[in-house]
Design a protein. Structure first.
Length: 661
């Protein structure tokens, strides 16, 4: 008996061609995550999985109602649990055990809540709350980030059987049922456009939200009602083989084009209804694939290996992401071809073992099929649940960043830093700049430097220059009112803080273009920009002197890992930035901006805190120092790196002050 036939009793009648289409989509997704960057739109394949899930689940419910006159909600949930929980439990046990044995504290700290959110099927909303950026892989991306899709589907499954039964029993017309479902899908698309992509928080909501992704599941549900049995068991007439083939090919080719052409977080998809349009086309394509007759499409997508990948889709999806992150840690220098080969083979092997040894037996007979008896199966279920929960809390049982620092587990940034000796009198330090010092100040280890009183005057999103920051044609940042206020009130705020020292950590935006009031642009290569930098630094120094601040210090900008592919799009226009490589180059290697800062410092006798040099930027960018990942995104230091940076920065501030004294 073929594998598809063995699984039919647990998953409804199967379509080999549909399994092949799923296998194709998951293959593209694996290729993208294992390094094939040309497949920038691989994420649109998730629509296929959502639409497929909505279609298949509701079709099973409609068939059950047509056959028995009712739907057993408890049986539905039991079937879903048997299908999803065994593999998910294995994943949690494997990743959690590795974390306890081998992962660093930075990886383990958020993992407890990640595991609990995964078990509770709310991981998507946890990512929304963190403003997680799916296409950014700096720092320590969650090993459970990818299960957000499972959370969305499980939340849909809660209401799917009830909604299906109500529609069948209360709405007599097939067309009206479909219309009601599509109306809700349209409402989801409109809501997604309202959320928009303007901020990191909005992007996370648009990408991960159940309310935004439900439109794809509803498209599949609508198609199930359109072609499935009604309450009397009647089906609409099947489409002709020619129509079925046309729909199947159109949906497949459009999706394939999207794999290459649709950039991450494309406004077309989220703000202009593209996701709903693609979902509806995919739903039509699924209906065509199920009914497609003999011909090229069936020959291609019923090819044995492709069908097998489709059957293994769930396991392949679950395991490929941790495998990718492990390769990034333990084989970071693998070329793309090797990473693709090794990652795919390992993922396939693990997914196949899980499927045949655990998932299929449980689907066909519950845990009793694994243990030999129903009683032992129940014991295994309770034990597995307990182990997962205990493991989650064991993974999270690590010190905080501050506790690690106090215990000496966070090393000095530079080995030549002398042991810190607190001064005899308190030193009141104010720090000003953009979001970089704003978040860096959150990691200030006050217990370690009791003589330093730090006041954070930095303001997120505020550049040094009073000009619109021009990141790309579609992404301009005008000077915010709070930025103007911070400059106008600088003297008063410094006076309130009774600051002795003002540390300027400014200029992150100096690597890009700026737009004047008349619409003309000024860039890093324009000598005029250097003069504007001097003017702004002079103004800040004057404000400090007016407040009675005795010393101003200026920090150089650090080198960063900035590439077009690693910047979120939107808001960045990647195509434009590929044509203007000077922007990413100046952000990654801020030599010109640092020259302006140091020349101004020399002319005004201002101490320079050479952060760029302390990070070893003269020898090139380093992603980690002392085993600690420096950046959590393209610009900001990680939570673990912040206290390590202060092991250099705090003594440097104190030394500069002592020289003045």
């Amino acid at each position: 008996m073929r594998l598809e036939e063995q699984l039919a009793p647990t998953q409804g009648s199967r379509s080999s061609a549909l399994d092949g289409a799923r296998g194709y989509a998951v293959l593209v997704l694996l290729a993208y995550h294992f390094g094939v960057e040309a497949l920038q739109g691989a994420w649109v394949g998730l629509n296929l999985f959502f639409v497929f899930s909505g279609y298949v689940i509701v079709m099973i419910l409609l068939k059950e109602h047509a056959r028995f006159g009712r739907v057993s909600v408890l049986d539905f949930y039991r079937r879903r649990a048997r299908r999803l929980l065994p593999a998910l439990t294995l994943l949690i046990l494997a990743v959690g055990t590795w974390a306890v044995v081998a992962a660093d504290h930075a990886t383990r700290r958020p993992m407890k809540d990640d595991i609990l959110a995964t078990v509770g099927f709310v991981m998507n909303w946890r990512l929304v709350s963190q403003a997680d950026q799916y296409f950014a892989e700096f720092g320590n991306p969650s090993f459970f980030r990818h299960v957000w899709t499972l959370s969305v589907e499980e939340q849909f499954y809660i209401v799917a059987p009830i909604a299906a039964v109500l529609l069948v029993r209360m709405v007599g017309s097939r067309a009206l049922r479909v219309g009601i479902i599509l109306a809700v899908a349209v409402a989801s698309a409109v809501w997604t456009a309202q959320i928009g992509l303007a901020t990191a928080e909005a992007q996370a909501h648009a990408y991960y939200g159940t309310d935004t992704r439900i439109q794809a599941l509803l498209a599949g549900m609508a198609m199930a009602f359109a072609v499935g049995p009604d309450r009397e068991g009647r089906r609409p007439r099947q489409m002709s083989p020619r129509t079925a083939g046309l729909l199947a090919w159109t949906a497949t080719l459009v999706t394939t084009a999207g794999f290459f052409l649709v950039p991450p977080m494309a406004p077309l998809m989220f703000e202009r209804g593209g996701m709903l349009a693609l979902s509806l086309l995919t739903a039509l394509g699924i209906a065509g694939i199920v009914q497609v007759g003999p011909g090229p499409y069936r020959r291609i997508f019923t090819w044995g290996p492709l069908v097998y990948l489709g059957i293994l889709t769930y396991g392949l999806y679950l395991w490929h992401w941790p495998v990718k992150l492990w390769l990034d840690r333990y084989a970071a220098d693998l070329p793309v071809v090797a990473e693709l080969l090794v990652g795919s083979v390992v993922t396939l092997a693990v997914a196949a073992l899980s499927f045949h040894l655990v998932e299929v037996p449980v689907m066909r007979g519950g845990l009793g099929r694994l243990t030999g008896s129903l009683r032992k199966g129940r014991v295994l279920a309770v034990a597995a649940t307990a182990v997962v929960l205990v493991l989650a809390f064991r993974v999270g049982a690590v010190p905080t960043v501050q506790e690690d620092l106090a215990a000496g587990r966070i090393p000095e940034l530079t080995p030549e830093t002398a042991p810190y000796e607190p001064g005899s009198a308190p030193l009141r330090v104010a720090i000003y700049g953009d979001s970089v010092p704003y978040y860096l100040s959150d990691g200030f280890p006050a217990d370690r430097y009791p003589d330093l009183e730090l006041t954070n005057l930095a303001v997120e999103g505020c550049g040094l220059l009073p000009l619109t920051t021009y990141w790309s044609p579609g992404y301009r940042e005008p000077v915010k009112p709070e930025c103007r206020a911070s400059r106008e009130e600088m003297t008063e705020r410094l006076r309130d803080a009774r600051a002795d020292v003002l540390v300027l950590m400014v200029g992150t935006d100096l690597g890009t273009l700026h737009e004047r009031d008349d619409g003309t642009l000024i860039g890093p290569d324009d000598p005029e920009l250097g003069s504007l930098v001097d003017e702004q630094l002079d103004d800040l120094r004057a404000a400090a002197e007016a407040a009675g601040v005795r010393q101003v210090q200026v920090a150089t900008l650090p080198c960063r890992e900035v590439s077009v592919e690693r910047l979120p799009s939107p808001p960045f226009d990647r195509d434009w930035m590929r044509e203007h490589t000077e922007v990413t180059r100046n952000l990654a290697e801020p030599d010109r901006a640092n020259r302006w800062l140091t020349e101004w410092a020399k002319g005004t006798d201002t101490p320079v805190l050479d952060l760029n040099g302390a990070l070893g930027c003269d020898d090139g960018f380093r992603r980690q120092i002392n085993g600690i990942t420096l950046f959590r995104d393209a610009l900001h230091f990680s939570d673990e790196a912040a206290p390590m940076l202060w092991t250099w920065l705090a003594p440097a501030v104190r030394d500069a002050w002592d020289e003045l004294a």
